[in-house]
Design a protein around this ligand. Structure first.
Ligand code: GDP
Length: 328
C-alpha cells in the first residue's frame, strides 16, 4: 500500500534533516523506502574532541542506524559492543564520563586519522557509509566546526558537558552555535538542497533546539530552504505533548515555549506541512499549516516504514502549496 501511495515521488531525490536517535529512526524508514534517492543532512554541532579523537555523535548514530549496526535496546552506539577500553582507561585514572565502546572507538580513531591526513568529514563519512553498504548519502551539515553551546543558569556549557556530563540538568537560557555565521555548508549539502528535481525535504522528529537548529544556523542552508520549490515537511518530535526521550520538552519549558505541536510549527516558519501524532489530534486546529495526523511513534521497523511513506505521501500532496510559497 505504501509503495502505491508514494508513486508520485518515486525515483526522485529526497533530503532529510536529522539529528541523532529520533531522527535516525525515520531516516531508516526513508532509506528502506527509497534507498539511494535519500540524502540525510546531519547535525555536527554535537561534534567534539575527546581523548584526542574527533567524535561525531549524530553522524555515527545515523551511520550505525542506516548500516544496521545500532544498539536498539540501549538507544545509542553499536550493537554487540564491549567496554574493555573505557574500563581500562578508568583503571588508569582517565576520563570515563563519555563512554566509548570498543567497536565505536574504531570509528573515532579512523575518523581522526582521516581528518588529520586532510580528508574532509564529508569524504570520510561517505567512504565509511559505502564500506558499510549504506544506500543513502549521509552528509555532515558542514566540514567547518560549529559548536553547540548551551547557555545555562550555571554558565555556558559545551554540548556534551550539558547532555552527557550533567545529564541535561542545568536550566537552559538559550542555545548558541559558535562559528555558525562563518561556517559554510558543504558543496554536497548545497547541491542536494538545490537539486531542481528534489521531491521533498523532511525534517525528522529530532530535537528542534539541539539537533535541527544547528543545521538551520548555517546561512547557506537557510537561504537554500528559503527558495526551494520542493515541499518541506516536518515531523513533530512530541507525542501527547511529551518527548519520546531526551530533554526536548524540558528545554521548551525553560525557554518559555509551550510543549505542543503549534510551537513546533512556529519553530519552523518555512515548512509547508507538519506531521503530528494522533495523541495530539486536538491541537491540529491551532496549527496554521496543512497538518497530517498519524501515528508517529516508531517502535518497530514497520512503524518506521509507514511513517516514511506517510511523509512522502504528505509531501507529494503539498507540491502546489510549496510552489505557491516560492512564488510569493
Ligand atoms: P539525539 O540527538 O540522539 O537526542 O536525537 P534527536 O535529536 O534526533 O531526537 C530526539 C527527539 O526524537 C526527541 O525529541 C524525541 O521525542 C524524538 N523521538 C524519538 N523517537 C521518536 C518517535 O518514535 N517518534 C517521534 N515522533 N519522535 C521521536
Amino acid at each position: 500500500m505504501s509503495a502505491q501511495r508514494t508513486t508520485s515521488l518515486r525515483g526522485r531525490p529526497v533530503v532529510a534533516l536529522c539529528g541523532g536517535v529520533g531522527g535516525a529512526k525515520l531516516a531508516l524508514g526513508l532509506q528502506r523506502l527509497i534507498g539511494a534517492d535519500l540524502t540525510v543532512i546531519v547535525n555536527t554541532g554535537d561534534d567534539f574532541e575527546h581523548l584526542g579523537l574527533h567524535v561525531s555523535p549524530d553522524i555515527d548514530t545515523v551511520v550505525y542506524t542506516l548500516g544496521g549496526l545500532s544498539d536498539l535496546e540501549r538507544g545509542w552506539g553499536r550493537a554487540g559492543e564491549s567496554w574493555n577500553f573505557i574500563e581500562a582507561l578508568g583503571a588508569l585514572g582517565g576520563e570515563t564520563w563519555f563512554r566509548l565502546g570498543d567497536r565505536d572507538l574504531a570509528m573515532h580513531v579512523d575518523r581522526t586519522r582521516a581528518l588529520r591526513s586532510g580528508i574532509s568529514l564529508t569524504e570520510f563519512t561517505a567512504a565509511t557509509a559505502r564500506r558499510l553498504g549504506i544506500a543513502a548519502d549521509i552528509l555532515p551539515m558542514s566540514d567547518d566546526r560549529v559548536e553547540t553551546m548551551v547557555i545555562t543558569a550555571e554558565g555556558a556549557l559545551p554540548f556534551q558537558r550539558y547532555f552527557v556530563g550533567l545529564q541535561c540538568a542545568p536550566v537552559v537560557k538559550r542555545l548558541e552555535f559558535s562559528n555558525a555565521e562563518r561556517a559554510a555548508a558543504s558543496s554536497q549539502v548545497l547541491a542536494a538542497l538545490r537539486n531542481p528535481d528534489l521531491a521533498a525535504i523532511i525534517i525528522c522528529p529530532s530535537n528542534p533546539y539541539l539537533s535541527v537548529d544547528p543545521i538551520l544556523a548555517l546561512s547557506d542552508i537557510r537561504k537554500a530552504l528559503g527558495v526551494v520549490t520542493a515541499p518541506i515537511v516536518a515531523v513533530s518530535p512530541l507525542i501527547g505533548g511529551q518527548a519520546v526521550k531526551g530533554p526536548t520538552t524540558k528545554i521548551m519549558a525553560e525557554l518559555g515555549v509551550a510543549a505542543d505541536s503549534a510551537s513546533i510549527a512556529r519553530h519552523y516558519p518555512f515548512i509547508d506541512g507538519l506531521i503530528i501524532d494522533e495523541a495530539d489530534r486536538t491541537e491540529a486546529g491551532k496549527i496554521d499549516l496543512p497538518t497530517l495526523i498519524t501515528s508517529t511513534f516508531m517502535r518497530s521497523l514497520a512503524d518506521r516504514d509507514r511513517l516514511a511513506a506517510d511523509c512522502l505521501d504528505f509531501a507529494g500532496s503539498l507540491a502546489a502549496v510549496a510552489l505557491r510559497r516560492t512564488a510569493t
